[in-house]
Design a protein around this ligand. Structure first.
Ligand code: IMP
Ligand code: MG
Length: 176
């Protein structure tokens, strides 16, 4: 597997994002909502660098493809804590087309939080389909399919401590 971003580079990016969040969200309390499962490792590292009062909750998204149509996003909010009147930070692993973040941010608005900002570990360049931009970005990556540090292919590779690029032969090997 080709390493795109090393463990050391990831930790530097997470520290920088945490420092930006601490300045912006001065004092807290902050309610961190992570989109499962891809953001699980980023979430764990990020919150330990945020020495401020905070709550943590998760939501889950999955997209279902019907025929030729673009995947329909299904969002499960069962495990989300109360966010009414609270300052919320929505956390995801990667900003690709941006549709996930766009739809989830709209959905969270209905619960009337005091504020909502978004943090992503990676921003994949050249793929955006929405005008929205995340408030905090760890690093930008080229338009490649990446795995590791929470991100999967067929639910595999989430446990890699670095971000790797999947080569065509890896894709064929693990398509089952
Ligand atoms: P978006 O809605 O197109 O921005 O997609 C965001 C979601 O797609 C992320 O939360 C990931 O779960 C998934 N995703 C996008 N690109 C990659 C990738 O390169 N590797 C693994 N998952 C990805
Ligand atoms: Mg995801």
């Amino acid at each position: 597997m080709k390493v795109l971003v090393s463990e050391i580079e990831i930790q530097a990016a997470v520290s920088r994002v945490a420092a930006e969040i601490k300045v912006q969200e001065a004092g807290g309390p902050l309610t961190v909502i992570a989109i499962m499962t891809g953001s699980i490792v980023f979430l764990a590292d990020l919150i330990r660098k945020l020495d401020m009062p905070l709550r943590v909750g998760v939501i889950q998204t999955s997209s279902y493809r019907d025929g030729e149509q673009r995947g329909r996003l299904v969002v499960n909010l069962d495990m989300m804590p109360d966010i009414a009147g609270r300052d919320v930070l929505l956390v995801d692993d990667i900003f690709d087309t941006g549709n996930t973040l766009f739809e989830v941010l709209n959905m969270l608005d209905e619960f009337q939080p005091a504020s909502v900002r978004s943090a992503v570990l990676m921003h994949k360049i050249g793929r955006q389909e929405v005008s929205l931009k995340p408030d905090y970005v760890g690093f930008e990556i080229p338009d490649k399919f990446v795995v590791g540090y929470g991100l999967d292919y067929n639910d595999l590779y989430r446990n890699l401590p670095y971000i790797g690029v999947l080569e065509p032969h890896d894709l064929a090997e693990h398509s089952k």
